[in-house]
Design a protein around this ligand. Structure first.
Ligand code: C2O
Length: 550
């Protein structure tokens, strides 16, 4: 293991897409941002220096941060933001993880332009549990807004309405030939025939789950959220914001000069507004070497395009997620908690709040949108929760009375009768090493939509999921406690529920939120406090000296 140093200069940069130039916040002027490459066991020291007017913080999405909660990054949760002219060194070690993760800004909507891949190679000398790839290629999906995204979110929050949708999806920052003005901004993957490529897929889009496919090619899924899975083949895959998936792409033995499209576009079950468009990239086979110098011109083969499921293809989504299983081998066991110390039931909802009398609101029937967990719409504090917890100042910053059960009602009935959403900075406190089972129930209060719920600081096992109301008498009997997928972001199905288990072995304050950015902005977020254990390696360490102040 070694220590790797990175320097992230937060800079404004002019970037042009769709014939539209905007000045935007970037890391080192790059869009998407730089790659972090490390091995399992390495320590990372990443100095982030803020040269722009916006406050910033960076989150290392999916990194376990064992005992290093000060480096997790969500603004006002584990740290105050890094202010203009200030810097902060994120210091953490990658423990027991290998695969693909990613980093992104974790304040307001700055992650729309501030994001990049984290590539974690296995320890030196440890092979992949699948065929060694000829080449590895990160493929990061994003969303491009012609407008400044800070203005987009601020407008939505001030009017209580929905934000403007993006103007394009992107692959590695490029919209591709199906958009205006963008043929030259197309991601191209040049391949050799008869080789295996490892594609490291990351969904960094703000507000959409995506289907992805490459024409005439089968993909083998081998890893999700930096955990190996039992390999399976698919033509199409589904990836929610926050999730990462590694797939093997085997190129065909003879396909000189052929060109195949790869495409991604949203999976959307709700009535909400979203960007209904398609990003395309190109897989291009190289010319066979014997023709390179020939004087014959090579006839280009026709272009092949993939077929993606309809926008609302829930059965595809369900089948796909059901196929994801932990590898659960002796070398990579699935340590699923078999007993549960505490069971929690959370409703995750989009709903509305009354419009303040001095305002006109653009939400449904003149209300304002609000989103909640167990009817609490999370109010962001003005100082960091982790500091408040560590220094015993919690009383003035948050309360420890997060409701562990919602007001019960028919969560998926029509019309559902729960519109009572309150605001608060409420946290759920649990002792060190609590074995947690959490049922998350979607409620169809407004246009049903899946919610990709992301938990900081832990991986969890997805032991069950279903449609309708969770039934505590029947459903647990069908839980998979043998090889459930282990991940950090899971889709709570629209009109359904998901059950996860995790061992709370990481002391600190851990954010949990919907990774659809607009839902987070509306309050679909909460935080856990995991108390210290008794042993020295069970305690949150003191904060680093350069931890930003609010
Ligand atoms: Cu990828 Cu709390 O975020």
């Amino acid at each position: 293991a070694m220590t790797r140093h990175y320097k992230f200069d937060i800079l404004l940069q002019n970037v042009t897409r769709l014939c539209h130039t905007k000045s935007m916040v970037t890391v080192n002027g790059q869009f998407p941002g730089p790659r972090i490459v490390a091995r399992e066991g390495d320590q990372l020291l990443i100095r982030v220096i803020n040269h722009v007017q916006n406050n910033i913080s960076i989150h290392w999405h999916g990194i376990r941060q064992l005992q290093s909660g000060w480096a997790d990054g969500p603004a006002y949760i584990t740290q105050c933001p890094i202010q203009t002219g200030q810097s902060y060194v994120y210091n953490y070690t990658i423990v027991g993880q290998r695969g693909t993760l990613w980093w992104h800004a974790h304040i307001s909507w700055l992650r729309s332009t501030v994001y990049g891949p984290i590539i974690i190679l296995p320890k030196r000398g440890v092979p992949y549990p699948f065929e060694k790839p000829y080449k590895e290629v990160p493929i990061i999906f994003g969303e491009w807004f012609n407008a400044d995204t800070e203005a987009v979110v601020n407008q939505a929050l001030q009017t209580g309405g929905g934000p403007n949708v993006s103007d394009a999806y992107t692959i590695n920052g490029l919209p591709g030939p199906l958009y205006n003005c963008s043929a030259k901004d197309t991601f191209k993957l040049k391949v050799k025939p008869g080789k295996t490529y490892l594609l490291r897929l990351i969904n960094a889009a703000l507000n959409d789950e995506l289907f992805f496919s490459i024409a005439n090619h089968t993909l083998t899924v081998v890893d999700a959220d930096a955990v190996y899975v039992k390999p399976f083949e698919t033509e199409i895959l589904l990836i929610a914001p926050g999730q990462t998936t590694n797939v093997l792409l085997k190129t065909k033995p003879h396909f000189p000069n052929a060109t195949f499209f790869m495409e991604a576009r949203p999976y959307a079950t709700g009535l909400g507004t979203f960007d209904n468009s398609t990003v395309a990239g190109i897989v291009e086979y190289e010319a066979p070497s014997h023709t390179l110098h020939s004087s014959f011109s090579i006839k280009k083969l026709p272009l092949f395009k993939p077929v993606l499921p309809p926008l609302n293809d829930t059965s595809f989504a369900t089948n796909f997620t059901n196929r994801l299983r932990s590898l659960a081998s002796s070398q990579y066991p699935a340590n699923v908690p078999q007993k549960v110390d505490k069971q929690f039931f959370f409703t995750v909802s989009l709903g509305t709040n009354p419009c303040p009398s001095n305002q006109t609101c653009q939400g449904p029937n003149g209300t304002m949108f609000a989103a909640s967990v167990n009817n609490v719409s999370f109010a962001m504090p003005s100082t960091a929760l982790l500091q408040a917890h560590h220094f015993g100042l919690s009383n003035s910053v948050y309360s420890s009375n997060f409701p562990t059960r919602p007001v019960p009602f028919n969560y998926t009935g029509t019309p559902p009768n729960n519109t009572m959403v309150g605001n608060g900075t409420k946290l759920l406190v649990i002792p060190f090493n609590t074995s947690v089972e959490l049922i998350m129930q979607d409620t169809s209060i407004l246009g049903a939509e899946s919610h990709p719920l992301h938990l900081h600081g832990f991986n969890f096992f997805v032991v069950g999921q279903g449609f309708g109301n969770f039934d505590p008498k029947k459903d647990p009997a069908n839980f998979n406690l043998v090889d459930p997928v282990e991940r950090n972001t899971v889709g709570v199905p629209s009109g359904g529920w998901v059950a996860i288990r995790f061992l709370a072995d990481n002391p600190g304050v851990w954010f949990m939120h919907c990774h659809l950015e607009v839902h987070t902005s509306w309050g679909l977020k909460m935080a856990w406090v995991v108390l210290d254990g008794n042993l020295p390696n069970q305690k949150l360490l003191p904060p680093p000296a350069d931890l930003p102040k609010c």
